[in-house]
Design a protein around this ligand. Structure first.
Ligand code: AKG
Length: 238
């Protein structure tokens, strides 16, 4: 499986930006690349134009090049950190309201985009849907990435006892939002098993569904939940 970062076909910023429909020019390229290389391709995310609105949408292609999943980012990054980053994604992007999973011969995968990783309930609902791997194409800035990027990747992996892959663009100091980089994969024990630097790189992480089972049987967090005290309900549209 190959994973690309958030906004992998366009610049990232507060202003109006390039967008296209799905299917469209970019997804045609992703479909062909998946087919040529016989891989599952999680094509990061791209700005999608649909019904006069813009979405931050991730597409997934199987090794035959078919579009098998499409997820639009659920949570807007609307933040104001003086001296750091001010971003109002809700000014341009419409939020999605679906959780999306897809099956591979190896494991079931749940999708989020970047800021979605900050909401533990989303990951929890994917556990309930049977996922062993969560994928977040991301574009953390240097400000929040240095503080939280690896922390959040490891936290979502440890508290849900599954693999988490967070995939960032390489750092480019000339762009309006400077990406943190440091793509990584954390395992169900919360350890980082693969990690890039901030420069362009390909990182390989082995996903072992048996290790997910092992950690969950050693420490059965899901069974130990206190549904008598609280519940997280899946009200997503699919
Ligand atoms: O959560 C963060 O700190 C960064 C998120 C972000 O940049 C994004 O969602 O595009």
């Amino acid at each position: 499986m190959v994973i690309l970062p958030e906004f992998c076909n366009s610049p990232n910023g507060n202003d109006a930006f390039y967008a296209e429909s799905i299917p469209g020019d970019s997804t045609a390229v992703y479909s062909q690349a998946a087919q040529d290389n016989k891989v599952f391709l999680v094509a990061g995310s791209i700005p999608e134009r649909k019904d006069g609105k813009l979405y931050n949408t991730s597409t997934v292609f199987n090794p035959e090049g078919s579009l098998i999943a499409k997820f639009s980012k659920v949570f807007h990054i609307d933040v104001d950190i003086p001296g750091g980053i001010t971003f109002q994604e809700s000014k341009t992007i419409t939020a999605g309201d679906n959780l999306v999973t897809f099956d591979t011969p190896y494991c079931k995968v749940g999708l989020g985009v970047c800021y979605d990783i900050r909401f533990p309930e989303l990951a929890k609902l994917y556990v309930d849907r049977g996922c062993q791997l969560l994928i977040f194409p991301t574009f953390f800035s240097v400000t929040t990435g240095s503080a939280h990027f690896e922390l959040l990747t490891r936290a979502r992996a440890a508290d849900n006892q599954l693999y988490v892959a967070t995939v960032s663009p390489a750092r480019d100091e000339t762009t309006s939002v400077v990406a943190w980089g440091y793509s990584c994969v954390a395992d169900p024990w919360g350890e980082v098993i693969a990690k890039a630097g901030h420069e362009e790189a390909i990182v390989y992480g082995d996903i072992d569904p048996d290790f997910v089972k092992k950690i969950r049987s050693q420490m059965p967090l899901t069974k130990q939940r206190r549904a008598d005290m609280y519940t997280v309900m899946d009200l997503s549209n699919n």
